[in-house]
Structure formats: C-alpha cells, structure tokens
Write a protein that binds this ligand. Structure first.
Ligand code: DGL
Length: 266
C-alpha cells in the first residue's frame, strides 16, 4: 500500500505549487497529478458544478488507486472537500486548514488578508477556519479573478500582472493587514510580484508548506510513507489541452514534467 501514488488535484497548473513543496519534502513519493483544465477556471463555477468535477476526479484516482489525495486547490478545499471527505477510503487533505494555522501563527496585529477565487470567497471557509483559531482576528477576503488566467499563461511578471496585483492587494493593504494568505494554489507563483508590492511588513502564506507537513504526518501515522524510491514516478494528466499545461508547467516547476496525458472524465 505504501508504494501506491499520492493523488494531487487542481483546475490547472496551480497545484504545482504544492507539487514543488512535495518534491522537496517528500522526494520518495510517487504521485499522479490531475489538472482539470477543461473546466478551468474553477473560480466562477457553482458548488454543484464543482461537486461533479470533484467526484469525477476522485473516480479517476480510484483507477490507480492512490493511497492519499491532496486537494491542491483552494476552491475544492473550500467548497467540496467537506462534503466528500467521508465518501472515499483514502485520507484527503485540503489547503485551507493548514493555511489558516500558518496565518494565525504569523500575524502580530490580528489583521489577515486572504486572496482567493470568487467561489472560495463566496464560501467564507477561510474566514471561518481562521476565526475558529483566533476569534479576535479580522479577516478580509478578496477575489482575484484575473490571477488564474495570468498564471495559466505563464505571465508571472508583466505589466498586466503588476496591474492586477495593485488592483486586488492595494485595498487589502489599506485595511492594515500584516499577513496575506495566498488562498488559491495558483497565487504563490505570483509571490515575488506580490511581495514587491506589499513590502516586507506583510507575511505571505503559501498554503503548500502546512499542507505538505500535514501530508507527511498522515502518511507516517498510517504507515503509508515511502522511505526509499530509486525511480520516483510522477505522472501528469489534464482534461483539456495538454500542450499548454506541458509548456507552462515546465516553466513553473521544470523538468519533473516529462509528459502530460489528456483524459476525458465526462
Ligand atoms: N488553483 C485553484 C484554487 O486554488 C483553482 C483556481 C481556478 O481555477 O479558478 O482555487
């Protein structure tokens, strides 16, 4: 069982921020990545649509089968995970709880900003999770619909990106935040530009670190961790166009992406 892969899912290349941390922290694990690019962006989808996508991806992971699933997507972690987590025989981890813990640990003034997709903001999940840990904290959420298309196009640092950062993060700075949760997994790829805008007085929280720590713990506790692996297998699947995922994915995380296969789940 410990030789089975870990499933990692997102709408597109965003979950690669979690993959990057997994490669550093859990280098012996095989994984299957699924980018649901046919349905991207998730941010403008309804909870019902997202539920359908989540169940199809879980059925796909069942074919391998995987030993654990990382919901490397803020939107699924906020909207669908709580409804499906008990329906599958494998541990499923999202990115929200860990990010909430990191944000509460990081803040000094108790004013926390969260940038995420519209669907995530609508769910109020980040605010609920942060408030559960720190009832005195003030949480300000901001939907950033321009960010995902920019990251998917590999535009990490051009004038459009800088304009969008100013548009979305400016109002959060005006609220006096000292901590900013990058609550959509695409956004840590924009962290250098965001950090340049916020300056060093704002701590940026990349949810991948707490999520991968939690995954490590879960795998160890259940005797599922892989200690040695001479030839780790990393497989990448998408539901839409595989060429753009291949090109942009390589730009974002390098040669670990050797091949991308398209699969139709509908
Ligand atoms: N990366 C995803 C998230 O963390 C989905 C973004 C999108 O497709 O809108 O929310």
């Amino acid at each position: 069982m410990n030789k089975q892969p870990v499933g990692v899912l997102d709408s597109g290349v965003g979950g690669l921020t979690v993959v990057k941390t997994m490669l550093a922290e859990l280098p012996n694990e095989d994984f299957i990545y699924f980018g649901d690019t046919a349905h991207l962006p998730y941010g403008n989808k309804t909870p019902e649509q997202l539920m359908t996508y989540a169940r199809s991806i879980m059925a796909f992971f069942g074919r391998f089968p995987v030993k654990a699933v990382v919901v490397a997507c803020g939107t699924h972690s906020s909207v669908t995970l709580q409804h499906i987590i008990n329906d599958y025989p494998v541990p499923m981890l999202g990115v929200v709880k860990g990010a909430a813990r990191s944000a509460v640990a990081a803040t000094s003034n108790g004013r926390i900003g969260v940038v995420a997709t519209q669907a995530t903001v609508n769910s109020g999940t980040f605010t609920r999770e942060i408030k559960a840990l720190c009832s005195d904290c003030t949480v300000v959420e901001m939907a950033c619909p321009k960010f995902v298309p920019l990251v998917e196009a590999g535009k990490l640092d051009d004038s459009d990106t800088r304009g969008a950062v100013k548009e979305y993060i400016g109002p959060l700075m005006d609220q006096g935040i000292d901590t900013l949760v990058l609550g959509c997994t695409h956004y840590p790829f924009l962290a250098p530009v965001i950090a340049e805008f916020t300056g060093s007085q704002v701590t940026l929280v990349d949810p991948s670190h707490a999520t991968v720590d939690e995954l490590k713990q879960v795998l160890l506790n259940r005797a599922l961790a892989r200690e040695v692996n001479e030839n780790p297998q990393r497989q990448f699947y998408v539901s839409g166009n595989q060429e753009s995922f291949f090109t942009v994915g390589k730009l974002l995380i390098g040669d670990v992406i050797q091949k991308v296969e398209q699969v139709c789940l509908d």
